[in-house]
Design a protein around this ligand. Structure first.
Ligand code: IVH
Length: 684
């Protein structure tokens, strides 16, 4: 039935239901993302969300910009529009010492003709500054800082941040409702989320982000807001401006922000003296390591807005606020040696072996030197006193050296292009890459990491075959490659009983765990092989499109690249690995040992999430299958079926005599599939 045929009454009930859904979802978002006190289960939430999505899909005229469904992103933009800030976005002057903070306090008091001000202190989040304009209580526009005068309109991206209200709660100040205002805040990412996203990128062979701030900034620059919606961005708000109501102090403003539904900082203090400011600074200097996100300092503001106005601005910064920046946790120490670490895929990373030094809460004796180019560019030498930093990055790194402390007899660091392992094979540097690799399949160093990876929980899950045991077995030559694991049983009565600190029970448990691992699905087995750039996700894709190892081996680079998600780098690496005779021997041995090298129907069902996030509209008379069957096939793969065509429809499947829906799809540029093409998409 068409929407226009609805009676006023039905429209009312429909509107009521839609408002009710939006309200509940908004409340649930707030409870989950801001208060961390969810009141709905994931399932309940998803059901309400889906109901709202379906209703909006059916009645697109009822979609409003602040509906929670608008958080999942829309069509990619061509470019961001640059817009002038209504209030310029200034930055804060930085201070680095107690003395400079005292100096600030003196200047403030002078400016206020010796009235003692109150200060507020809060954390300085290490993220990306954002200006949010609300009109009529609704998020109207989000601008980046840009050059302070004008910024990029990234509203669709910012909308995806679940903790940000698209519509604020009712708040009255002196009897006036606040609805037109500007909020400033910082968008950032949690340390854990950063590590996880980088891990996924590494799996896909993509470039890694250096720290959470870069990742947040990179995400916000994406033109495709649907991609942004998949990244767990967080926001914290620390500034409110409105000329509709009388605002008095920063402390009060922060409370108003909270009441409006904005997330505000997790630490905030009103200080009556500069000593309290110092206490806050010291407290967080000690505690900041333990925070789940990075901060790079503390922001100190004069609390009273009247006093702020009195103090005004100097150049590009306010006189009423400063940032106290923590040292980017940096220490200097002696570089004793440069060693090389070999990862499971053969990547060789130079590591700084340091005289142990205490940096930001922990003792560091090793730090990354990234790659050979980095060492050459900085001319870092063994014997140097180097700077070690633990800042916005999770892994400590060497950032430079102190020239005055360089020993006279020091010589530039000489690279060896040999693997540091006993085999000493020649390292290779693939074109366009900064890393060197050892590509010897029996390199014991690589092997240790490869076997540990193979046996780890997320891969073949062989309990009892952890790092220490693997190192020991490799050194005893019991393991020379991953296939040897499945021959370990031959040592049951010979070697194992002679091992120290290794009892009968260890043997039994280990052999049992090895036996169990043979049940792991093909995708896991593919992942376990340690093919460069083939992480868990890629392995699943390969296992789905090439359902057994022979099919995969027969595939040429071009065939592999036809698969979505498989780029040239991965394709090349797969072809090389499977065509290497010693790697292939290992695969054959694993296969003979009983590991699974084939995807069966059951695995397939698990792997089939190809249509996740895709919406289908079925129209016309289908002949190959019924509508219900088609719907089931779509649902099994994670897709959805909808009754009407909109811009958000992914595919329209058109059978015989398709009518208005087909025309609409063509008008909107939605992909239309014939039944045959649909079948192909389902891989039936
Ligand atoms: S107040 C007019 N408070 O640090 C001053 N800024 O250089 C408005 N920042 O651009 C800024 N946490 O990106 C303020 N609690 C906080 C902050 C904060 C991080 C960032 C912000 C600003 C820069 C100052």
């Amino acid at each position: 039935m068409e929407h226009t045929l609805f009676t006023a009454d039905k429209d009312n009930t429909l509107m009521e239901r839609i408002s009710e859904l939006r309200e509940t979802i908004n409340k649930a978002d707030y409870a989950y993302y801001v208060e961390a006190q969810p009141f709905l289960s994931d399932r309940e939430y998803d059901a309400l969300f889906r109901e709202l999505q379906d209703l909006e899909k059916e009645y697109p005229a009822l979609i409003v910009s602040d509906s929670p469904t608008q958080r999942i992103g829309g069509e990619p933009l061509k470019e961001f529009e640059t817009i002038i800030h209504e209030i310029p976005m200034l930055s804060l002057a930085n201070t680095y010492s107690r003395g400079e903070v005292e100096e600030f306090d003196r200047r403030v008091k002078e400016g206020l003709e010796r009235i003692n001000p109150q200060y507020t202190t809060e954390l300085k989040y290490d993220g990306v500054a954002i200006s949010l304009r609300y009109k009529n209580g609704r998020l109207f526009r989000a601008l980046t800082r840009g050059d302070g005068e004008r910024g990029d309109d990234i509203t669709p991206n910012v909308r995806t941040i679940r903790s940000l209200p698209l519509k604020v709660k009712d708040v009255e100040i002196d009897g006036v409702k606040i609805s037109d205002f500007e909020v400033r805040g910082e968008i950032f990412m949690m340390k854990d989320d950063f590590v996880e996203l980088n891990r996924e990128r590494e799996e896909r062979g993509e470039k890694l982000y250096a720290n959470p701030r870069n990742l947040a900034a990179g995400t916000l620059k994406q033109l495709d807001s649907r991609e942004v919606a998949r990244r767990p961005l967080k926001i914290v708000c620390y500034y409110l401006f409105s000329d509709e109501v009388k605002l008095r102090s920063h402390d009060e403003n922060t409370q108003i922000l909270s009441r409006l539904g904005f997330p505000t900082g997790s630490a905030f203090q009103l200080c009556t003296s500069v000593n309290e400011v110092f206490e806050f600074i010291e407290h967080w200097d000690e505690k900041r390591e333990a925070l789940p996100f990075f901060i790079d300092g503390i922001v100190i503001k004069v609390d009273s807005l009247a006093q702020q106005r009195e103090l005004g601005f100097v150049a590009r910064s306010p006189r009423w606020a400063i940032a106290y920046k923590y040292e980017a946790a940096k220490e200097s120490t002696k570089l004793k040696d440069i060693t090389f670490q070999v990862g499971r895929t053969g990547v060789v990373t130079p590591v700084a072996e340091l005289e142990p030094v205490f940096v930001a809460g922990s003792t560091i004796s090793r730090a990354t030197l990234h790659n050979n180019d980095f060492i050459t560019a900085l001319d870092i030498r063994v014997g140097d006193t180097v700077l070690v930093e633990k800042g916005g990055d999770v892994i400590p790194k060497v950032t430079g050296f102190i020239p005055e402390k360089r020993p006279e007899n020091s010589i530039p660091f000489e690279f060896s292009t040999q693997c540091p392992c006993p085999i000493k094979s020649t390292l290779i540097r693939p074109e366009g890459e900064a890393n060197y690799y050892c590509d010897h399949s029996e390199c014991p160093w690589q092997l240790k990491r490869r076997i540990t990876h193979f046996a780890s929980r997320d891969v073949m899950n062989i309990e009892g075959l952890g790092e220490k045991v693997v190192d020991r077995f490799v050194e005893l030559s019991l393991l020379k490659n991953i296939a040897d694991i499945y021959d370990l049983y031959t040592y049951r009565d010979t070697v194992f009983p002679t091992l120290e600190r290794w009892g009968e029970k260890s043997t039994v448990n280990l052999l049992q765990a090895i036996e169990e691992s043979k049940k792991q699905p093909y995708a896991r087995v593919l992942y376990s092989l340690g093919i460069r750039f083939v992480g868990e996700g890629v392995a699943k894709v390969l296992a789905k499109y090439f359902r057994n190892i022979d099919a995969l081996k027969a595939a040429q680079k071009d065939d592999l690249m036809k698969v979505p998600e498989i780029g040239e780098r991965i394709a090349q690496s797969v072809v090389e690995h499977l065509n290497d005779s010693s790697e292939w021997d290992i695969i054959v041995r694993l296969k003979n040992a009983g590991l699974r090298f084939e995807t069966n129907e059951e695995d397939m069902a698990v792997l089939n999430t190809t249509l996740e996030g895709k919406t289908f509209v079925l129209t016309g008379e289908l002949s190959i299958m019924t509508r219900n069957q088609a719907g089931d096939e779509i649902a099994q793969r994670g897709g959805k079926v909808s009754g009407s065509v909109s811009k958000k429809t992914s595919y329209v499947v058109a059978g015989e005599n398709a009518g208005s829906k087909l025309t609409k799809a063509q008008e909107l540029g939605v992909t239309v599939l014939s039944e045959e093409e649909f079948k192909e998409l389902l891989q039936l």
